[in-house]
Ligand binder design. Structure first.
Ligand code: IMO
Ligand code: MG
Length: 429
């Protein structure tokens, strides 16, 4: 038996979808434990890229059980559409996709409130999917869970209380009455859709672990977008960190065997907020073009920059990561020099650990070391020893700086474009 957590170690978009797809082959269960349809996990299905937002990436692999656990916020309309999309690809979800009855749901007013907040206060640059407002309702204890949604009487009384409370705010953007009408119109369809999927996912997981199944927990977002450990307030409203699995899926810490961090060979960020190693000129554009760095959920161009070992070391520590999967190494090919940020400088002081102060995060300057770049096509390489010497030097320098082993090196989106560097790697024989 083993349970494995896949974590993003930067600001999301590290390539979690690809690694989940790669390791998912060995998994019996794939579980989402936080976030919602703000995620965008790209996988290759029948040769073409395909993006999943809410459903665990394991769904494209036959016979895998896929769970959306209690820590996720579920937009029923979005889930419905994602299932419809899967049907067009002949991917069957029957008896293998389940959602937690205690997960909170996102309703259209959450999306409006997300938009309104983005207009009225510091712009976070959210995905406008209503994630923050839905988690806020959960915390102030006015949220609506899947099991509440399925009980018509309870649902409508909670809905009306919520709409009454939010009325003054919603009026600034739309007619609250029309929101209610819209919810009423879709209610029966969505209720009937959710009903057969809703279970206590914690019990399914307990049974799976007891039966020695392999369980893979798939995080959305990344450690620097974590509500507690990220660049607050420019974060998402949940806890993608490994500890989030315990509360987000109802699994005790003693049942988590391994945490694998996913790390991109450079850094990207979508939306607002500090990004010390951001490159605004030609080098940034080069990475952006090579990496096709567009947000998979919103289509926004991602900001690009050099590898930041300060943030990744922070992630390694917070998540208890021993092994990393390095993605998109191929996108660095052809650059003369590669820079790695090893510390920050703020008011003549050198800062080696991730700073929580907003001022320091915003105004610090990266301290770089430089390495020689590597040239030549590395696609198709399957052994670590085939990589150019300078590419291996870069990888080994990253390992040293972030205090973790790089066990997998990904050179492209497909399963085949993956090098296993570490002799020991969980699940892979
Ligand atoms: P995956 O799983 C990258 C960012 C948004 C915004 C901030 C808050 O694909 O890595 P939210 O809508 O969550 O309230 O927005 O978080 N963000 C992501 N950035 N990848 C993601 O997911 C993200 N999910 C949210 O851009 O800055
Ligand atoms: Mg994304």
């Amino acid at each position: 038996m083993s349970t494995l957590v896949i974590i993003g170690t930067q600001w999301g978009d590290e390539g979690k979808g690809k690694v989940v797809h790669f390791l998912g082959k060995y998994a019996d269960y794939v579980v989402r434990y936080q976030g919602g349809n703000n995620a965008g996990h790209t996988i290759i299905f029948e040769g073409k890229p395909f993006v999943l937002h809410l459903i665990p990436s394991g769904i494209v692999l036959p016979r895998k059980m896929c769970l959306i656990a209690n820590g996720v916020v579920i937009d029923p309309e979005s889930l419905y559409e994602e299932v419809e999309l899967l049907k067009t690809k002949k991917i069957n979800i029957k008896n293998r996709l389940f959602v937690s009855e205690s997960a909170h749901i996102i309703l259209p007013y959450h999306r409006y409130l997300d938009e309104l907040r983005e207009k009225s206060r510091i712009r976070i640059g959210t995905t406008r999917r209503g994630i923050g407002p839905a988690y806020a309702d959960k915390v102030v204890r006015i949220g609506i869970r899947v099991c509440d949604f399925l009980d018509k009487e309870i649902f409508f009384s909670l809905l009306d209380n919520n709409l009454k409370e939010k009325d003054p705010l919603l009026k600034k953007l739309c007619a609250p009455k029309s929101i209610r009408q819209n919810i009423v119109r879709n209610y029966e369809k969505l209720k009937n859709f959710l009903k057969p999927l809703a279970v206590d996912t914690g019990i399914l997981l307990e049974k799976a672990i007891r039966e020695n199944k392999n369980v893979l927990f798939e995080s959305a977002q990344g450690t620097l977008l974590d509500l507690d450990f990220g660049t607050y307030p420019y974060v998402t409203s949940s806890n993608p960190v490994a500890g989030g699995v315990c509360t987000g899926a109802g699994v005790g810490p003693t049942k988590i065997d391994e945490v694998i961090g996913i790390v991109k060979a450079y850094t990207t960020r979508v939306g607002g907020g500090p990004f010390p190693t951001e490159l605004k000129g030609k080098t940034g554009e080069y990475l952006w073009e090579r990496g096709l760095e567009y947000g998979a959920t919103t289509g926004r161009p991602r900001r690009c920059g050099w590898f930041d070992s300060v943030i990744v070391r922070h992630s390694v520590r917070i998540n208890g990561i021993e092994r990393l999967a390095l993605t998109k190494l191929d996108c660095l090919e052809g650059m003369d020099r590669l820079k790695i940020c090893v510390a920050y400088k703020y008011k003549n002081k050198i800062i080696k650990e991730f700073p929580y102060s907003r001022h320091v995060q915003r105004d610090c300057k990266p301290v770089y070391i430089e390495m020689e770049g590597f040239k030549g096509n590395i696609h198709g390489m399957t052994k670590y020893s085939q990589l150019p010497l300078n590419a291996r030097r870069y990888i080994e320098k990253l390992e040293e700086l972030v205090n973790a082993k790089i066990s997998i090196v990904s050179l492209g989106r497909t399963r085949e474009e993956t090098i296993i560097k570490d002799k020991y790697f969980p699940w892979i024989k």
